[in-house]
Design a protein around this ligand. Structure first.
Ligand code: PLP
Length: 414
């Protein structure tokens, strides 16, 4: 019964250092969040010891009576949260959920139509080196010159290639998708519609973003982004797809489910149904709007900084540095230097190479979870705008970041 510090001081030291990093800097990677302590408690529980191949009530192992309870709670809660007829809470990650979903809807060699990676899509939506790109015949749609998904191109490509599956969803896109229009196009070419809501699931749960569930045949998500739970994936669907999806997850791609993570998912779904969660998602979106406003101001544009699509409806902003002397890498490094963590991101038709890029993706979910208000986000936006100017005062900006971090302590007592 040795503690981590006693048994393995090397690993303990790195974990402590990571806690300190999270507490003392501003986390603005759009796909990250801070899970509640109760979620981490479930995830670090004895449920990690249990094998439970199969589904609640139909397991291939004995002793599953308690994990049956937690898994069924997770299923019931997530169905209720999103109004879904079916839910599978076993996918180990977003990519695992997407793999299981795609293979339930199509077979290798079939055509799939997804948003180009360089235009905001995800690896699992057909990237060349991913299973989706290697095993399926991929056609990609794009965003237009205003940074909005080109629905006319999507319809044209759908009619021309008659894909088996149309994928709606993104990893880097600041606007809402028109799910009804995706559905209309999918119906027109008799394709399945799969929505990957990994990024915006928390906004949907809070009722602040259209819910794709009524429109899509299958919806996948991660549970750790805006949704704020443990690292993992889920699949939601119409009940006609239940059998295929269950067997695609297990035994199709996975063995034993991570019941400790599933229990943590259950806890996070309870949190996501609360009024506090809704208020937090409102601050998340408000923070992103404040950021977009500051980074499209005259002052920002005078230094070559702008925002793709001119603003945001969600939890992230895509900064456009095509006119800036700074490239994405330099901008990411600068913000890191002052204590703000973001990731560089290619903009559509990026003139700079993929490892450098001409953009940044900046998200507000983690800071909103920390309690940041509109006033705090205004200060964050100003620090970012100042750091992206040709000359900037590192120490002064660092001090402003530290003041914000100290104003909103993260995981006090841990
Ligand atoms: N789908 C989308 C839209 C994503 O943005 C991501 C992760 O960034 C994933 C799926 C994959 O999730 P994971 O990293 O858990 O495999």
């Amino acid at each position: 019964n040795q503690s981590l510090h006693e048994l393995d001081p090397d690993v303990a030291k790195a974990v402590d250092a990571e806690l300190h990093r999270q507490q003392s800097t501003l986390e603005m990677i759009a796909s990250e969040n801070f899970a509640p302590v109760a979620v981490m408690e479930a995830q670090g529980s004895v449920l990690t010891n249990k094998y439970a191949e199969g589904y609640p009530g139909r397991r291939y192992y004995g002793g599953c009576e308690h994990v049956d309870v937690t898994e069924q709670i997770a299923i019931d809660r997530v169905k209720e949260l999103f109004g879904a007829e079916y839910a599978n809470v076993q996918p180990h990650s977003g990519a695992s959920a997407n793999q299981a979903a795609l293979f339930a809807l199509a077979k290798p060699g079939d055509t799939i139509l997804g948003l180009d990676l360089a235009h905001g899509g995800h690896l699992t939506h057909g990237m060349r080196l991913n299973f989706s790109g290697k095993q399926f015949d991929v056609v990609a749609y794009h965003v237009d010159d205003n940074g909005l998904v080109d629905m006319a191109e999507l319809e044209r490509l759908a009619k021309e290639h008659r894909p088996k599956v149309i994928i709606a969803g993104w990893s880097a896109y600041p606007r809402r998708l028109d799910f009804a229009e995706f559905r209309r196009i999918a119906d027109e070419v008799e394709a399945y519609l799969w929505v990957d809501m990994a990024h915006f699931a928390g906004l949907v749960a809070a009722g602040l973003h259209p819910n794709p569930v009524p429109y899509a045949d299958v919806v996948t998500s991660t549970t750790h982004k805006t949704l704020g739970g443990p690292r993992g994936g889920i699949i939601l669907a119409k009940k006609d797809f239940a059998k295929k999806l269950n067997s695609s997850v297990f035994p199709g791609f996975q063995g034993g489910p991570l019941e400790h993570v599933i229990a943590a998912k259950a806890v996070s779904f309870k949190v996501a149904a609360s009024e506090d969660f809704k208020e937090r998602q409102q601050r998340t979106i408000e923070g992103a709007r404040i950021l977009a406003e500051r980074l499209t101001s005259e002052d920002a544009r005078a230094h070559g900084v702008n925002v793709l699509s001119g603003g945001t409806d969600v939890h992230l902003v895509l900064v456009d540095l095509r006119d800036s002397e700074l490239d994405g890498q330099q901008a990411e490094d600068r913000l890191h230097e002052v204590g703000i963590t973001v990731n560089r991101n290619a903009v559509p038709n990026d003139p700079r190479p993929p490892m450098v890029t001409s953009g940044l993706r900046i998200g507000t979910p983690a800071l909103a979870t920390r309690g940041f208000t509109a006033e705090d986000f205004t200060e964050v936006a100003d620090v970012i705008a100042e750091a992206l100017k040709p000359s900037y005062d590192v120490d002064a900006l660092k001090a402003r970041v530290t003041a914000l971090a100290e104003k909103h302590p993260l995981y006090p007592g841990l």
